[in-house]
Design a protein around this ligand. Structure first.
Ligand code: 13P
Length: 260
């Protein structure tokens, strides 16, 4: 049973002062929903690393979970500017986004680096939200599946972790991120089904069955229900629309009406 997961990726947005009102508004909205937060569905907030401590202090006891937006490949060492996965764990941060397209395309993180970060996360008991997705040029050239498969290959050496620990995949087509143009439910479902099939043949049947696959890219309150109806879409990784508690809460609410 894959319970829905909704993750807010704040990217490099919001001030520390905005955390408290946001969490108050979101959590009072979520309390009105049917189903129990943390049991029937999960909500992760990934603020900038500079906000994690303040966010951690505010979300305690509310059922919301804390996520980071990236982590280093190892617990400690001479790696200026990196964020230790061990320290994230000490800060009650359970989740970490790895391989986001902005890290791949703006900061030129390679598959090898992303694999290291995934390993660092797993070895420090963090749950990765592992992102994959093709650019518009790659889609137009008919390369969506081969690009996504190339990105998935890093998982092959992490099989033990993937079997024994919790983690999720996020399919985020680069052309849909921050553009207002989401993948259609059919386009998203096709890639999600492909990812699950790949996981079944290259990882294992049980891993493919239990692993949640989130969709990300211009998810909004008015397009999430149709996306959520797709059998292989298990939740969302939301950027812009997660910055307001109202719109993120509406995404969770409208999605939960579809399937829990
Ligand atoms: P938008 O929801 O702003 O398109 O961003 C998606 C994303 O990159 C989430 O990680």
């Amino acid at each position: 049973m894959r319970i829905p997961l909704f993750a807010a990726n704040w990217k490099m947005n919001q001030s520390i002062g905005e955390i408290s009102p946001y969490i108050e508004a979101l959590s009072s909205r979520l309390q009105k929903f049917p189903g129990q937060l943390g049991k029937n569905y999960q909500v992760v907030i990934a603020p900038p690393a500079t906000h994690l401590q303040a966010m951690g202090a505010v979300i305690g006891g509310k059922g919301l979970e804390l996520g980071a937006q990236n982590c280093g490949h190892t617990a400690s060492g001479a790696f200026t500017g990196e964020i230790s996965p061990k320290t994230l764990q000490e800060m009650q941060c359970n989740w970490v986004i790895v391989g986001h397209s902005e890290r791949r395309h703006i900061y030129l993180e390679t598959d090898a680096m992303i694999q290291g970060r995934l390993r660092g996360a797993f070895e420090n008991q963090l749950k990765p939200i592992f992102c994959v997705g093709e650019t518009l040029a790659e889609r137009k050239a008919g390369k969506t599946e081969s690009v996504v498969e190339g990105q998935l290959l890093v998982l092959k050496e992490l099989k033990n972790h993937l079997t024994n620990q919790d983690w999720v995949i996020a399919y985020e087509p680069v052309w849909a991120i921050g553009t207002g143009e989401n993948a259609s439910p059919q386009q998203a479902q096709e890639v999600h089904a492909f990812i699950r099939k790949w996981a079944k043949s290259h990882l294992s049947g049980p891993v493919a069955e239990k692993t949640r696959i989130l969709y990300g890219g211009s998810v909004k309150p008015d397009n999430c229900a149709d996306l959520k109806r797709q059998p292989d879409i298990d939740g969302f990784l939301v950027g812009g629309a997660s910055l307001q508690a109202d719109s993120f809460g509406a995404i969770v609410e409208n999605s939960l009406k579809i399937r829990s």
